[in-house]
Unconditional design. Structure first.
Length: 419
């Protein structure tokens, strides 16, 4: 496992004490709230996608790009902000990112052109990525190994509240106001998080452990990560898993509201039920990771999700079971999602703790970029059930291939081999 720090990185190793249950809960809630800001920014907006397309006179594909471009912006933002958190600490870049999220959200609320909205969403994703990358790096600052995987799984519970509640919150806003007010609410959430960070979040990256080099040191750090084949494979897997999830996220409003004629409220309820599968699997993972190696859980979950994705596509093509059949198959696919990103991310972060911010940025950037590239394919293929299911299956298949070919996970004795 790599331990040598790149030039410009302090070799001071932090002393980690086992956190108490109360302390761990505080960190889970605080970091979970930060980590779910990008998810909230996506999910609150979902019920409004058809309305945004109609109001701004644009196609469904362009409306979906307002989601995808936010993810691409998040990928770029994390690549920039991650090293900054290694250089200046976690708090300062986080506060700046939250402040810009507030300003850009307010700008989105008054825009009257779809192309301008797409651009603003790109910028919004760039800056609010500071919340997720700082949260991930802070987990690495305070927790390692199986404990980090357990905390990341607990974070999934908090993050899982976003897909369960955010569309409902967006639907409530749409009942009395236009889609523009969703961005006003998002600005208020960003402001509230900034207050929390300033009030109660300590700095977890002490001066003695910060990087001291400039752009050359940053590039050297990314070079170290890019040359680590196992790290990059593990970083790709959360991105492909998120691509599958976002394919469902961006496709579901059109599948359920236009294809099946569901109301905003009915769609939000179904979205919440599917989100429950994600939350439950994350908690199962948090319990299992104490006794089962993260790599075992990861390799098993990928195979199971791939099998369920095949079932989903068959149901979509044959229309077997109608809406109920589709929902059951979708729930089973999403039920394995909570076992994939947390374990893959924990394994990847364990390899380069000396540049945790840069490592977290690379993982997050790959995740956002792949999700942003994969999810628009649903719109290009027609935004129907078969298109959504096909893209989800393709992303799951690629994740399986990456783990099987670029790591020893599926080789004889592979799950006992450090990755």
């Amino acid at each position: 496992m790599p331990t040598e720090a790149p030039s410009g990185v302090s070799s001071v190793t932090p002393v980690r004490r086992a956190p108490s249950s109360r302390s761990a809960l505080k960190w889970v809630i605080m970091l979970g709230a930060l980590a779910c800001l990008p998810a909230l920014t996506v999910d609150m907006y979902l019920p409004a996608l058809p309305q945004v397309a109609s109001d701004l006179g644009a196609s469904d594909t362009l409306a979906q790009l307002t989601v995808s471009c936010m993810l691409v912006g998040g990928a770029l933002g994390q690549l920039v902000i991650g090293p900054l958190t290694d250089r200046f600490g976690r708090r300062l870049p986080l506060i700046i990112g939250l402040a810009m999220h507030v300003l850009v959200s307010l700008a989105c609320a008054v825009v009257d052109d779809m192309h301008l909205l797409i651009g603003l969403r790109l910028v919004q994703g760039f800056f609010n990525s500071a919340a997720s990358v700082a949260a991930m790096a802070t987990v690495r600052d305070r927790f390692v190994g199986a404990e980090a995987a357990r905390i990341l799984s607990r974070l999934m519970l908090v993050i899982g509240v976003a897909p369960m509640l955010a569309p409902s919150l967006g639907s409530i806003v749409l009942e009395g106001f236009t889609w523009r007010w969703i961005f006003v609410v998002l600005a208020a959430i960003g402001a509230a998080l900034a207050v929390v960070v300033l009030s109660v979040m300590p700095e977890t990256n002490p001066v003695a452990r910060r990087t001291t080099g400039g752009a050359t040191s940053v590039l050297r750090g990314y070079g170290t990560l890019l040359r680590d084949r196992h790290f990059m494979a593990l970083a790709l897997i959360p991105g492909l898993a998120m691509g599958a999830l976002l394919s469902y996220v961006v496709g579901s409003p059109f599948v359920f509201q236009q294809g099946y004629g569901l109301t905003h409220g009915q769609f939000s309820l179904l979205f919440a039920i599917n989100g429950l599968g994600l939350v439950l699997s994350a908690q199962v993972n948090a319990a299992l990771v104490r006794r089962v190696a993260p790599i075992r859980l990861l390799r098993t979950a990928l195979v199971a999700q791939l099998a369920m994705s095949v079932v989903l596509l068959v149901v979509a093509i044959t229309e077997f079971g109608g809406l109920i059949g589709l929902l059951v198959a979708l729930w089973l696919v999403l039920a394995f999602q909570g076992l994939i990103p947390a374990n893959a991310s924990a394994l990847a972060l364990s390899r380069h703790g000396e540049i945790a911010g840069t490592s977290a940025a690379m993982i997050g950037a790959v995740q956002s970029l792949l999700a942003g590239v994969v999810s628009p394919i649903v719109g290009l293929l027609g935004s129907d059930t078969v298109a959504m299911s096909s893209v989800m299956l393709g992303a799951g298949l690629l994740a399986f291939v990456v783990l099987a070919t670029a790591t020893p996970a599926y080789r004889k004795g592979g799950w006992h081999t450090p990755i």
